[in-house]
Design a protein around this ligand. Structure first.
Ligand code: NBP
Length: 477
């Protein structure tokens, strides 16, 4: 017999993905650089389905039916190139290499181009949901050629997560690096979501005076409403967890320095290149980075702050409701920014990404899965060319209803000295977009003054320059 799919790289992700394929009735060839991992998989989980264990690259490739579908689940970066170089010479035109790692989309574009010249389809595929998702159904974001998706799509649909309406959480995002780009922005949005939740927690604790256990209950309540999402759900779990060794809330015994693997940073770096304002995602990345500067924080601990002014019990409850409004409004802005970046990437690279389809495949399996994504999909269904999520009527109305509370929460945060860069960046973005006039006019004047960079006028076409050092007359540039 031959295998319909092969997986090489059998650490947590690859192993679970291979099991997912096998549990769905596919015969799966498995391979790993270190053979013991391959053996361990078949020994432990062999009864779950049909596996063909291959010790060598040649055996692995020989086990696959043609055209071959070969999934790589190794560490992103050089290991991925090494594995491609190992297998590509053994493949034939029409075969497919699927990279399910967290590759940078620019690497994926390069690999796709190089392999296309050799007649091989390279399918850079974002996979979200961690090891549990890989086993029980991840959200899958494939790029690559249409042809490869025709062959792979049905298999990916089978192993993917299913949304509440039963739809598989996979779509062909677009050619070459489109899938890894979408996955990158997914992770950027995840950073922003986590930062906003963190700020909500801090406000409930430091301004409203609630304990972690009380805040867990508040999050549980929120999770039954429009904020219903995996991240809110696990936040309640983490906040209610008590450290066994000390009896203290778990969140109080964890060192408060957030780490990162890089996809959030990429989202911001690429947004800078594309000129897309993803201020909420950027603040989330910077907040993690700031938290890690232990010496700087230690040196700053004595700096002056406002006097604490605790809230009464009823004030605290009202404040918690306001924080929910602020969190929801800020979340709308984060997604607005993330989808703007996907639209800009799609435009730049000619990917033709369907934003509604992307929001639909994030409804299940992945870390940012949420009821909220149904609304985003509805917004794009109603109007595929929506210039921004904020221009959707429903979102505009919801923000309008939330904005007073949003502003109140930020006012309280500023007064009481609680850092809320995510909430603040989101509100500033909202206010800047709706502003009749921005100080950018003044910026243009300054640029013209010191660098003769010229400016445009509101009342006439053309570029102009004022003779700042002379009689201040205006000339056409
Ligand atoms: P790791 O990222 O820890 O990679 C370990 C695997 O890479 C092992 O199979 C290892 O083989 C193999 N490998 C390395 Br390292 N260098 C190699 C080389 N030069 N040649 C051949 N194989 C090599 O595994 P993971 O955590 O399962 O993640 C796999 C991919 O999925 C990564 O790109 C990751 O970013 C992505 N991802 C992970 C998650 C998650 O939650 N962990 C979620 C979504 C995506 P060995 O056994 O011989 O050392």
């Amino acid at each position: 017999t031959s295998a319909q799919i092969g997986v090489t790289g059998l650490a947590v992700m690859g192993r679970n993905l291979a099991r997912n394929f096998a549990r769905n009735g596919y015969t799966v060839a498995v391979h790993n650089r270190t053979v013991s991992r391959t053996k361990a998989l078949v020994e432990e989980f062999g009864q779950e389905g049909d596996f063909i264990a291959a010790e060598t690259a040649e055996d692995f490739v020989a086990a696959l039916e043609r055209p071959r579908r070969l999934v790589i689940m190794v560490k992103a970066g050089e290991p991925t190139d090494a594995v491609i170089e190992e297998f590509a010479p053994l493949l034939e035109p029409g075969d497919m290499i699927i990279d399910g790692g967290n590759a940078h989309f620019a690497d994926t574009r390069r690999r796709e181009r190089e392999l296309r010249e050799r007649g091989i389809h390279f399918v850079g595929t974002g996979i979200s949901g961690g090891e549990e998702g890989a086993l029980h159904g991840p959200s899958i974001m494939p790029g690559g050629s249409k042809e490869s998706y025709a062959s792979l799509g049905p298999m990916l649909e089978k192993i993917s997560a299913k949304a509440a309406d039963g739809a598989p959480c996979v779509t062909h995002c677009g050619p070459d690096g489109a899938g890894h780009f979408v996955k990158m922005v997914h992770n950027g949005i995840e950073y922003a979501d986590m930062q906003l939740i963190g700020e909500a927690y801090q406000l409930l604790r430091d301004v409203a005076g609630y304990s972690p256990a009380q805040i867990a209950d508040i999050f549980r309540t929120w999770n039954t409403g429009r904020l219903d999402s995996y991240l809110i759900e696990i936040t309640a779990e983490v906040l209610s967890h008590v450290d066994a060794a000390t009896g203290k809330p778990f969140v109080d015994v964890v060192v408060d320095r957030a780490e990162q693997k890089g996809t959030g940073r990429w989202t911001v770096q690429i947004a800078l290149d594309l000129g897309v304002p993803v201020s909420g995602i950027a603040e989330a990345v910077f907040a993690r980075s700031l938290s890690g500067h232990a010496a700087l924080r230690e040196a700053s601990r004595g700096l002056a702050g406002p006097k604490p002014s605790p809230l009464s019990e009823s004030e605290a409850a009202a404040f918690a409701d306001r924080v929910e409004q602020a969190l929801y409004a800020s979340k709308i802005v984060s997604y607005t920014q993330g989808f703007h970046e996907i639209a800009a990437g799609s435009e730049e690279y000619g990917w033709d990404i369907d934003l509604g389809a992307v929001s639909a495949i994030w409804r299940g399996g992945c870390i940012i899965r949420a009821a909220f994504l149904d609304r985003i999909r509805a917004a794009y269904d109603a109007r595929a060319e929506l210039p921004s999520l904020l221009s959707d009527e429903t979102f505009a109305r919801e923000i309008a209803a939330a904005q007073d509370d949003w502003r109140e929460v930020l006012t309280a945060a500023v007064r009481q000295g609680v850092p809320t860069p995510g909430f603040a960046a989101a509100l500033a973005y909202y206010d800047a977009l709706r502003a009749e006039r921005l100080p950018a006019a003044l910026t243009q004047g300054q640029r013209d003054f010191f660098g003769a960079h010229t400016y445009r006028r509101v009342d006439r076409d053309g570029a102009f320059h004022t003779l700042w050092g002379g009689d201040r007359g205006e000339v056409s540039a």
